[in-house]
Design a protein around this ligand. Structure first.
Ligand code: ADP
Ligand code: MG
Length: 243
């Protein structure tokens, strides 16, 4: 059934270099609506650059980005129906939690009553309904990460990009947040593309996993396909480290 639907996010033949160094090579990936894809790969393999190109923070040298069927390759980030959660949360430190989450809606001139309601919904979604008046510095790492998620989701993006969203958290909290992330993904139905270096996280959360190496996608498939039938010796080696 999913195959008949238009992919939510399509990266088509993306090449990207920095100062003559090739960082992405012919990357193509189609993410289906509502899908959760995890991007695994060694440090420096180009994972963050790929997300930045999807979000519009970087331009590809060649290739194109499509969002819900529309070519957005030259569309600036704030006009794309896509949002990003970064590893370091990047909350505005001088604003309350409420104002942090409301920021994007207010910039889009959403009426105040609707802002209030949508922020309340977003806070409830991440399990922090009473946190609106708090200052970011009074929150734990896990709480800050939830607020960053609420801030991204309050805009109701078609696609949410997550760049190592849980890696700054200690292990116990990270495992708890994994469950939260799964629940939130199921509840909002938004398409998630999530970079992680935690293979267990990828297996627990993702519908499909892609393994990156040296700027290319080595394999895209379900966790079972990746582990049982690695496409290349590199994938076998890389995922083999888990066992
Ligand atoms: P990953 O997220 O997989 O660790 P990145 O996408 O951050 O990898 O980086 C891939 C490669 O591109 C690295 O070698 C990095 O140094 C280089 N790179 C990333 N962004 C820039 C930039 N703005 N300028 C120059 N080199 C960059
Ligand atoms: Mg990175």
């Amino acid at each position: 059934m999913k195959l008949l639907r238009r992919p939510d996010l399509e990266l088509i033949g993306i090449d990207k270099g920095f100062r003559g160094r090739q960082v992405l090579r012919q990357v193509s990936l189609a993410v289906q609506p509502g899908e959760f894809i995890a991007v695994l790969g060694p440090s420096g393999s180009g994972k963050s650059t790929l997300l930045k190109i999807a979000a519009g923070f970087e331009q590809p040298d060649s290739g194109s980005v499509r969002l819900q069927g529309e070519d957005v390759t030259t569309v600036p980030p704030y006009r794309r129906n896509i949002n990003t959660v970064f590893q370091n949360y990047a909350l505005f430190p001088h604003m309350t939690v409420f104002d942090n989450i409301a920021y994007g809606l207010r910039r889009k001139k959403v009426p105040a009553a609707e802002v209030k309601q949508r922020v309340a919904e977003a806070l409830a979604l991440v399990g922090l309904a009473s946190f609106g008046p708090r200052q970011p510095e009074t929150l734990s790492g896990g709480e800050q990460q939830r607020i960053a998620l609420a801030r991204a989701l309050v805009n109701r993006p078609a696609v949410l990009l997550l760049d190592e969203p849980l890696s700054a958290l200690d292990l116990k909290i990270r495992r708890r947040m994994q469950g939260e992330l799964k629940r939130i993904h199921e509840e909002v139905g938004t398409t998630f593309l999530c970079v992680t270096h935690d293979q267990e996280e990828a297996v627990v959360l993702a519908d499909r996993i892609t393994v990156m190496r040296d700027g290319g996608l080595e394999q895209v498939g379900t966790a079972r396909e990746i582990y049982d039938r690695p496409a290349t010796p590199f994938v076998a080696d890389f995922v083999g480290e888990m066992n």
